[in-house]
Write a protein that binds this ligand. Structure first.
Ligand code: SF4
Length: 449
């Protein structure tokens, strides 16, 4: 059994899908920085594109995404028009020679959009950017509304990956999270995708949901693994009702406690390993032979806002309300509010509202934390060599790591810092020791376990 260490498990720490985390973004960084970063993308640079579709048919009560249920079709069409304008405006600033390696649709529910509209957005992107012939198009999809027409549009592109949101297969848990999704439906979608030639299939599962037990998690993992997707992501439910008001609908008394959450995570992990999946980073699993598995094996794994990725692109450009772009120099975020996003696009500008410029020390920390989150260990000298800097072996971080060493969750053998097997569930606590901003403000994050 994995050791439940409350002093670490209950700590509120960022998920480190970026460093600094989005809570550090501020309005002092905006359109002029963004224009400069887009313009600095060189012909040899590679790109990743992200498109946010902030609509869903119904709201799942556990949802932590930026989404809503639109009250009219016009609202959706209006959004798509703004999106196309934004794509054209940003695309005009980027070198036509820079190759796009990855396009990802997230949300919300990207397949909330009718298939033709989805295809029109992809065409707009392909007109404005230079897609590599091997570029992958990935999309987060709700199996409940993924139609045959959606599948046929997606199957028309060369490399497609569909991530199906499943979470839990049991009706009793589904009722408590307002997401009724019979398992037969998921199975049918997988069969349709494969019949259409879409072989890149991921599934998302969750633990820590209300009413969930180890048995529920084991059942979900084994039924889904029997469908043989390439990859799984297994996320712990983050209960943040102060931030996501609809989570107040969730009965806190039905939420599993800390040890139970850890046992559920361990049950998912053990079940997927039994089915032949290899654990990748903190919450992903892949079949041996899958590109994510190979990237992990060859130390090429990356972590971004979508989680773990093989995408080596030097810049990520985000489109749509709330989307985040990532550049060597820093991060930039679009206006999250749909009305204000539309108005900002209409006014002729790029709809960005906040961001952060990375200091040299934050760039080092970004690299250190990314390696820790991907590999559970980091070679600090390798990071300094890669960034061409030599300013000492992180004395403040090493001193913060001392109590974690004493508790047996990390080993420091400079220049290597490595989580022990017992410390792996607490990798965010280890990463936080390198985070110069952590604990300096009142910002609230989800708990580690
Ligand atoms: S379908 Fe996904 S994005 Fe939409 S409410 Fe449910 S969890 Fe959130």
């Amino acid at each position: 059994m994995t050791a439940y260490l409350p002093q670490y498990a209950t700590a509120a720490i960022p998920r480190y899908t970026s460093y600094p985390p989005a809570t550090r973004f501020h309005s002092g960084v905006g359109e002029s920085e963004y224009r400069a970063w887009l313009g600095a993308i060189g012909p040899k640079d590679t790109l990743s594109l992200y498109v946010h579709i902030p609509f869903c048919q119904t709201l799942c009560w556990y949802c932590g995404c930026h989404t809503s249920v639109p009250n009219s079709n016009d609202r959706v069409l209006d959004y798509v028009e703004s999106l196309k304008q934004e794509i054209a405006r940003a695309g005009a600033r980027v070198s036509r020679s820079a190759k796009v390696l990855q396009l990802h649709f997230g949300g919300g529910t990207p397949n909330f959009l009718p298939p033709k509209i989805l295809a029109a957005i992809i065409e707009t992107l392909m007109e404005q950017f230079n897609f590599d012939h091997g570029a992958e198009i990935s999309i987060e999809a709700d199996p409940r509304s993924l139609s045959k027409e959606h599948i046929s549009v997606l199957a028309g592109y060369a490399r497609v990956r569909v991530s199906l949101g499943v979470q839990d297969v049991s009706p009793d848990v589904q009722k408590l999270i307002n997401r009724i999704q019979p398992f037969d439906l998921v199975q049918g979608v997988v069969e349709q995708l494969r019949a259409a030639g879409v072989d890149g299939i991921n599934m998302d599962l969750m633990y820590g949901l209300p009413g969930q037990s180890v048995a529920h998690v084991r059942k979900s993992a084994s039924m889904c693994a029997a469908l043989e997707p390439d990859r799984f992501a297994v996320f712990g439910y983050a209960h943040v009702p102060w931030f996501k008001k609809h989570q107040r609908t969730i009965d806190e008394a039905r939420l599993p406690g800390g040890q139970e959450r850890l046992d559920q995570a361990e049950a998912a992990r053990a079940t997927l390993i039994d089915f032949g999946y290899a654990p990748i980073g903190i919450d992903h699993f892949a079949k041996p032979g899958d590109s994510l598995f190979k990237a992990h094996d060859e130390d090429r794994l990356r972590r971004n806002f979508q989680g773990y990725t093989v995408d080596p692109a030097s810049a990520l450009i985000g489109f749509g309300a709330s989307s985040i772009g990532s550049f060597q120099a820093g991060y930039i975020q679009n206006e999250p509010h749909l009305g204000r996003y539309r108005d900002a696009v209409k006014s002729g500008g790029l709809p960005v509202v906040r961001g952060v410029v990375l200091s040299p020390s934050e760039r080092r920390t970004r690299a250190v934390i990314e390696r820790l989150m991907c590999n559970y260990e980091v070679d600090l000298r390798q990071i300094d060599d890669a960034l061409n800097c030599e300013v000492g072996m992180y004395p403040a971080a090493i001193s913060k790591l001392k109590p974690l060493c004493e508790d047996g969750i990390v080993e420091v053998d400079l220049p290597i810092v490595r989580a022990t097997p017992r410390g792996r569930p607490y990798i965010r606590n280890i990463a936080a020791c390198f985070d110069e901003h952590h604990g300096k403000s009142e910002q609230r994050f989800s708990r580690v376990v």
